[in-house]
Design a binder for this molecule. Structure first.
Ligand code: ZN
Ligand code: ZN
Length: 721
C-alpha cells in the first residue's frame, strides 16, 4: 500500500489521502499519525473504495508520520462506525473518536506519573490547601484530576507538591488484569433460569448474530443467567461486553461478578482516572481484557475478539446519548453484534415497547423468567387516592402511607420513598409579589437545594446562593418553596418519624462508586430505616430487609406529555416496586396518585403489564409513532433569537414534499432557551419505509447558515426537551 485513505480525528474533515513511506506497513484499521497543515493528527486507515474522496495525484501527497504498534481496528468495528455515522447523520471523525482514547494510551508508555498525599501537613495550611487535602484523601491522580477532586486550581496542588504534602508516584499501566475464572463460583439456578442459561450458552457457542430479550420480573435472577453466557464466552477465549446504565450503581454488580468469576471485570466509564483509562483501553484493544463492564461509551471500543454483548436494564433512557453523536446505545449494540456476528442479550424487567415489538415480529427471541428467585413473592401494590385521603396542608405523605412507614419502622424493616425530583423544591417564589426564580440561561425554574443553601438549574448547572430578600420587591424572608423534592420529603419523614434514620439517594449525594458502596454497606448493616431517593434507587439494588416502597407522586412522570411518558412512568414505578420484598418477607408498595383511574396506575396496581403494553402499543401503531413510524428532530439554536428563528423558518420552508412524511414546526423547543441559546425545533414524522436520513441529508446539505447558528439532527429522539 503506497497510498492510504484516512479518517482523521477531526469532525470537520472528510477523508484524506496520504503517502505511505516505504519503511511503514499499514492496512485498513491501522492507527496512524498524519500531518495536517502545521499540525499532526491521529487517524485510521480506511478502505478507499468505501470512502469517496477528492482524487489527488501521487506527487502531491504528504507522507504519514507514524504508525502505532497496535492491532488495527477490526472490519466489524469499521462497519459499525460507518453505520452509526450514516444512521445518526454524524461525521465519521466524531464517531471514530469514541473508539480511540487520548493519544497517551496509543503511545504505549509503560508508566504514568500520578500524585497522592503523603500525610505530611504543610507549614502554611491555607483554607484552600486544607480543603484540597481533605477531599483528596487517599486518592491518586494527575495534578488536574486532583485539582478537580479538591475543588482548587492546579496551582494549589503544585504548591502542595513543593511543600511535600503531595508526592509523585509512577503507576505501571501495562499491568495485566486478572482473568475471570468461568468455573469459580457456579450458581444454583432454578429450572427457568437453567433453561434460559442453556439457550444463551448454546448461542455463544454457535457464534452467530442472535438477538435475545431476557425478560424477567425484578428479582428473578437475570444477572445469574447472562453470567452463564459470559462464562461460555470466557471458556472459548473470547471477550464479553456488559453495558450498564448508571455507572454509580456498579458496586452491587461488581460484587456479584466477583463472587461468580473470582475477580473484578474491567470497568469503563467516565469516572476512571487517565491511568486507569489507558490501562483498560490497551487491555481491551490487545484482547487481554476478557470481560468489560461499562457505560454506553464502552460500546465503540476496539474489542478484537468479541463473543457476546449484554445490555442490562435495556429499557433505560440513559442509554440514549444526547450530546455529541446522539446515538442510542441499545440500538447500536444490536448493530455491533450484527457486524461482529455474535449473540446479544437485552435484559430487562420492563422492556421497551420497541424491543417487545421486535420479539412480536420474530426478529428477537425471548427468554422469560416469570418468577422471583427463591420463591420470593412480588410485592402487593395499592393506589392511594390523594383526593380521598389527602395529607395535611403543606405535607406530601398521605396518612395511610405514614401509618405504613410507622409500622415498618416498629417491625425493624426498611422503607423506600421514591420521588424523581432532586433538591428541596422545584420552584421558589416570592409570596409578596409572586416573583419566580428562573435560570438566566434556560427556560427553567431554579430548584432550591437546601443543604447547600443554593438555587440550581438542573439543565445547565447554573447555581446561585439562595437570597434572603426577593430580588424584585426587596421584601425579606418572603421566599416560599413550591412542591416537594426529595430533600423536603426527608424533612417531612424526620417530622413524622423522629426516630427513623434516613438517607437521601440522588446524584447529588451518590456521585461516585465509592459513595454507592458506602450506601449499600450502611443499608446492609441496618443503619438506615428510610431511604428517600430519585430514579437512582430504582434499579440494581438488592436489600432483603426493604419491605415497603412509597411512590410519592405517581402522576409526575405523566406530565411531560411526550411519546414515552406513560411507558417511562410504568417502567420506573415497576422498577422501584421491584426493590420491595426481595427477601423472604414479602413487600408492599403504596402509590400516591390524584388519578387512580389512569391506565398506568390501573395496570400497575392490577399487575397487568401485558394489558398495559398492548394498549400502549396499539396507541403507537394508530398514531404511526415509533416503532411503527419514524421521528427525527432538527434543532436550531443560536445566542441570537432572531437569527435562530430566521434559520429555522428557512429550513422549514425548504422542507421537501415526500409522501408519508410530514414536517412540523419550527416551534420553540420545549426548553426554548438552554445554556444561553435560543432553540427551535422541527419535527419530522414519517412512515417506516421513508428513508428519513437520506432526505434530511439532502435537504440540509443544500442550505447554509451563519457559523453562530447550530443545526443538529436527533434521529429517534427520546428527550423532547
Ligand atoms: Zn417579591
Ligand atoms: Zn439553566
Amino acid at each position: 500500500m503506497s497510498r492510504a485513505r484516512l479518517i482523521l480525528l477531526n469532525a470537520a474533515l472528510g477523508p484524506l489521502d496520504y503517502r505511505v513511506p516505504p519503511s511503514m506497513a499499514v492496512a485498513p484499521g491501522s492507527i496512524v499519525v498524519a500531518p495536517l497543515g502545521p499540525r499532526q493528527l491521529v487517524g485510521v486507515v480506511w478502505e478507499p473504495e468505501r470512502l469517496p474522496a477528492q482524487e489527488i495525484g501521487d506527487n502531491r501527497l504528504r507522507p504519514l508520520v507514524h504508525a502505532y504498534d497496535l492491532p488495527p481496528l477490526g472490519a466489524p468495528l469499521r462497519r459499525l462506525i460507518e453505520w452509526t455515522a450514516d444512521y445518526y447523520l454524524s461525521p465519521l471523525g466524531a464517531v471514530l473518536r469514541m473508539a480511540l482514547p487520548s493519544s497517551g494510551a496509543l503511545d504505549g508508555a509503560r508508566a504514568i506519573t500520578e500524585y497522592r498525599a503523603t500525610g505530611h501537613v504543610p507549614e502554611r495550611l491555607t483554607p484552600q490547601r486544607a480543603q484540597a487535602l481533605e477531599r483528596i484523601g487517599e486518592r491518586l491522580g494527575l495534578i488536574r484530576e486532583l485539582a478537580i477532586v479538591g475543588g482548587v486550581s492546579d496551582g494549589v496542588i503544585r504548591g502542595l507538591v513543593k511543600a511535600g504534602a503531595i508526592e509523585a508516584v509512577e503507576i505501571a499501566i501495562d499491568d495485566p488484569f486478572p482473568a475471570p475464572d468461568p468455573d469459580h463460583g457456579p450458581p444454583a439456578l432454578e429450572p427457568a433460569q437453567a433453561r434460559a442459561a442453556a439457550e444463551l450458552r448454546a448461542a455463544v457457542e454457535a457464534g452467530n448474530f442472535a438477538p435475545w430479550l431476557l425478560d424477567g420480573v425484578t428479582g428473578s435472577g437475570k444477572t445469574e443467567v447472562y453470567f452463564e453466557a459470559i462464562a461460555q464466552a470466557v471458556r472459548q477465549g473470547r471477550q464479553a461486553l456488559v453495558l450498564l446504565p448508571e455507572i454509580a450503581l456498579t458496586e452491587p454488580f461488581l460484587k456479584r461478578f466477583a463472587a461468580r468469576f473470582g475477580c473484578d471485570p474491567v470497568p469503563w466509564h467516565s469516572g476512571l482516572r487517565q491511568s486507569q483509562r489507558r490501562r483498560a483501553w490497551r487491555a481491551i484493544a490487545g484482547g487481554e481484557a476478557r470481560v468489560v463492564v461499562g457505560a454506553r461509551s464502552a460500546l465503540f471500543l476496539p474489542y478484537p475478539n468479541l463473543g457476546l454483548i449484554v445490555v442490562d436494564e435495556a429499557h433505560e433512557a440513559s442509554f440514549k446519548q444526547e450530546e455529541g453523536v446522539p446515538y442510542h446505545a441499545r440500538d447500536v449494540a444490536v448493530m455491533r453484534a450484527h457486524f461482529e456476528k455474535v449473540p446479544i442479550v437485552l435484559a430487562s424487567a420492563t422492556p421497551a415497547i420497541e424491543t417487545r415489538h421486535m420479539v412480536e415480529i420474530g426478529t428477537y427471541r425471548e427468554l422469560k423468567l416469570p418468577d422471583r428467585y427463591g420463591g420470593a413473592r412480588l410485592p402487593d401494590m395499592a393506589a392511594l387516592d390523594m383526593l380521598q385521603d389527602p395529607p395535611p396542608r403543606g405535607r406530601w405523605l398521605a396518612p395511610e402511607l405514614v401509618r405504613a412507614l410507622e409500622a415498618n419502622l416498629a417491625a425493624g424493616e426498611q422503607s423506600l420513598l421514591f420521588l424523581n425530583r432532586r433538591g428541596y423544591a422545584p420552584l421558589t417564589l416570592c409570596r409578596h409579589c409572586g416573583y419566580r426564580f428562573q435560570c438566566p440561561n434556560c427556560t427553567a425554574w431554579m430548584v432550591e437545594h437546601r443543604f447547600t443553601r443554593r438555587l440550581a438549574c438542573h439543565h445547565c448547572g447554573h447555581v446561585m446562593p439562595a437570597p434572603n430578600a426577593c430580588p424584585e420587591c426587596k421584601e425579606e424572608d418572603s421566599l416560599v418553596a413550591c412542591g416537594p423534592g426529595v430533600e423536603r420529603i426527608a424533612d417531612e419523614v424526620r417530622d413524622v418519624l423522629p426516630d427513623a434514620r434516613t438517607i437521601i439517594v440522588t446524584s447529588d449525594t451518590i456521585w461516585s462508586p465509592a459513595k454507592a458502596a458506602e450506601f449499600v454497606a450502611r443499608m446492609e448493616a441496618g443503619e438506615i430505616d428510610v431511604v428517600i431517593g430519585t430514579q437512582l434507587v430504582t434499579k440494581g439494588y438488592h436489600f432483603p430487609n426493604l419491605t415497603l416502597v412509597g411512590v410519592v407522586d405517581a402522576d409526575l412522570g405523566l406530565a411531560g406529555g411526550d411519546l414515552r411518558a406513560a411507558e417511562r412512568s410504568f417502567q420506573q414505578i415497576r422498577q422501584v416496586s421491584g426493590r420491595a420484598g426481595r427477601g423472604g418477607k414479602g413487600g408492599r408498595v403504596l402509590v400516591q396518585t390524584h388519578d387512580p383511574s389512569a391506565r398506568v396506575i390501573q395496570a400497575l396496581v392490577g399487575g397487568d403489564a401485558e394489558g398495559f403494553y398492548a394498549a400502549e402499543t396499539d396507541a403507537r401503531r394508530e398514531a404511526a409513532m415509533p416503532p411503527f413510524g419514524r421521528l427525527a428532530a432538527i434543532i436550531v439554536s443560536s445566542e441570537d433569537q432572531a437569527e435562530a428563528i430566521e434559520t429555522a423558518r428557512r429550513i422549514g420552508r425548504a422542507a421537501p414534499r415526500v409522501e408519508h412524511m410530514a414536517v412540523f414546526g419550527p416551534a420553540p423547543a420545549p426548553l426554548a432557551m438552554l445554556r444561553g441559546r435560543h432553540r427551535l425545533r422541527l419535527l419530522v414524522h414519517a412512515a417506516r419505509a421513508v428513508p428519513v436520513q437520506d432526505i434530511i441529508r439532502v435537504w440540509l446539505g443544500a442550505l447554509s447558515w451563519k457559523s453562530s447558528v447550530r443545526v443538529s439532527v436527533d434521529v429517534d429522539p427520546y428527550s423532547f426537551l
